[in-house]
Design a protein around this ligand. Structure first.
Ligand SMILES: Cc1cc2nc3c(=O)[nH]c(=O)nc-3n(C[C@H](O)[C@H](O)[C@H](O)COP(=O)(O)OP(=O)(O)OC[C@H]3O[C@@H](n4cnc5c(N)ncnc54)[C@H](O)[C@@H]3O)c2cc1C
Length: 475
């Protein structure tokens, strides 16, 4: 006898597990199926984000930053470190422990919210009555039915044609997070978020890192002024970034990897490295989902086709997160998960795509929300800009990290905030004030009139808002 559920969620990443919890909170009988296993074969819900994405990358970014501070910056504070030594095995084990805490936390949350968890792969079998039969293949095989199905099967790393991931020499994000010895020379293809974060980790730990990027501009999606400031900082740190390259061939053997490419000036070059991380984007994942069994439509990129409410072409089948259109971000997946659960309950769940924050957790951090200056120019929007450098912020000076700035873009007539861009210390935390402001459709003057604690980095946000009206107080 099939077990019947109101809602079956396929995929237990940030989109899926949050959707399952919200649906359970709303009184539905919910199942969540996830196939991720840890190295002991045990369930490891949390998806890419928890296992090989957001969480382990931030754990290693933190550890490697401590290492760099101890080696290069503690002396500025009068702290002399002698005999500094890297225990990479311990650093990686700590990262694994952080991941496990998150996996266990999700299993606990499923219990707390009475979500039935199935460890295995979920595949559409057929439509049945007023719902769908889903076959679960794992340690045991069973079939469950759901009146509603939420597909949250995520994404996989895109490989370079002719250079499949072996996770030994040619690494995806997975292998990049568990290299067992610091490579002397590390190559990276792709200077997007993941590439820059992984490059930063291994550079801090001692690798000589070269990043090859096909696009002619650095961080094209980021506000140009902010991207330039970030590039200056990365150059200073010794992260070599070559733009406008065309990779011709990647050859690897036990000794290392050779990347043949043409530089922006048309020169033929070869980059020889011990390991190569390829981070050229991610592809939506529907492997093993059997969408054809029920006629679920995919688009030309292989993403599940959805409308702006995450409805697929099938009644009561929804899809969220990396497997659908839109930014591949954990918090976007979560927001869609909550919104879909609420729509199933007849509520008006919504996701505001204009206020989704973006963060790159390098040093300096880069974070933004809303439109960039180049987007506003292209759209012919009249705007005012205000910037404030961390160099003029007391807390940043005390921290010893004065790189970067906060930048506000506001409508020229109404003063409504259209975009906020930050490069500098704790940009990932500072951006949330801008997100709140934009959600409430605040003006730059609203932020400028709010009392901010002193001394704090957030004063740079207030000052950048004042700068829109050309009346900074500390610069
Ligand atoms: C290195 C790296 C760093 C990142 N850092 C950040 C960051 O700092 N901030 C941020 O917002 N985003 C970050 N991301 C992106 C983020 O991880 C994704 O956007 C997010 O995980 C997408 O969530 P999801 O639930 O859609 O899919 P996923 O997290 O990919 O989860 C999908 C889950 O479904 C399971 N699954 C797939 N098919 C089936 C099936 N048929 N049956 C059962 N289970 C199935 C998978 O095993 C997986 O557990 C990062 C990504 C990477 C690779």
């Amino acid at each position: 006898m099939a077990k019947n559920f109101d809602v079956v969620v396929i995929g237990g990443g940030p989109g899926g597990y949050i959707a399952a919890i919200r649906a359970a909170q709303l009184g539905f009988n919910v199942a969540c199926i996830d196939e991720w296993k840890n190295k002991d074969g045990k369930p490891a819900p949390g998806g890419t984000c928890t296992n090989v994405g957001c969480i382990p990358s931030k754990a290693l970014l933190q550890s490697s930053e401590h290492f760099e501070h101890a080696g290069k910056h503690f002396a500025d504070h009068g702290i002399n470190v002698k005999g500094l030594d890297l225990d990479l095995a311990k650093m990686l084990a700590r990262k694994d422990q952080v991941v496990k805490q998150n996996n266990d936390g999700i299993l606990f949350l499923f219990k707390k919210n009475k979500v039935s968890f199935f460890h295995g792969r979920g595949a559409f079998a057929k439509s049945s009555g007023d719902g769908y039969e889903i076959k679960v293949s794992g340690a045991s095989e069973e079939t469950i039915t759901g009146k509603h199905v939420i597909v949250a099967t995520g994404s996989n790393a895109r490989a370079l044609p002719g250079a499949a991931f072996d996770e030994e020499r040619i690494l995806s994000n997975d292998g990049a997070l568990r290299i067992e010895g610091v490579p002397k020379k590390l190559g990276l293809i792709g200077s997007g978020v993941i590439g820059l974060e992984m490059g930063s980790v291994w550079r801090r730990l001692g690798s000589e890192v070269t990043v090859l990027e096909a696009l002619p501009t650095f961080l094209g999606a980021v506000d140009e002024q902010i991207a330039k400031e970030a590039k200056k900082a990365f150059d200073k740190q010794g992260l070599k970034i070559e733009l406008g390259v065309k990779v011709a061939e990647v050859k690897s053997n036990k000794q290392g990897v050779a990347v043949s490419y043409t530089s922006a000036t048309g020169e033929s070059k070869i980059l020889e490295v011990d390991r190569l991380i390829v981070s050229i984007g991610r592809v939506p994942n529907t492997i093993g989902l059997e969408p054809d069994a029920v006629g679920l439509k995919l688009d030309e990129r292989g993403a599940v086709l959805v409308d702006d409410q995450c409805r697929t072409n099938l009644p009561n089948v929804w899809a969220i997160g990396d497997v659908v259109r839109g930014p591949m971000l954990a918090h976007k997946a979560e927001e869609e998960g909550v919104a879909v659960a609420e729509r199933i309950a007849g509520q008006h769940g919504h996701v505001n795509f204009n206020t989704i924050p973006w963060v790159i957790y390098t040093s300096p951090e880069i974070a933004w929300v809303g439109q960039t200056e180049q987007q506003l120019k292209a759209a012919g929007v009249q705007y005012k800009a205000g910037t404030f450098p961390f160099m003029a912020n007391g807390r940043a000076r005390a921290l010893g990290d004065t790189t970067g700035m906060v930048k506000f873009l506001a409508d020229a007539k109404t003063d409504e905030i259209l975009g906020v861009h930050i490069v500098g210390p704790m940009a990932s935390e500072l951006i949330s004030e801008a997100v709140v402001a934009m959600e409430f459709r605040a003006s730059s003057e609203d932020i400028a009139r709010i009392c901010h604690a002193h001394p704090s980095l957030s004063e740079a946000t207030k000052e950048a808002a004042l700068a829109v009206d050309k009346r900074t107080l500390n610069f």
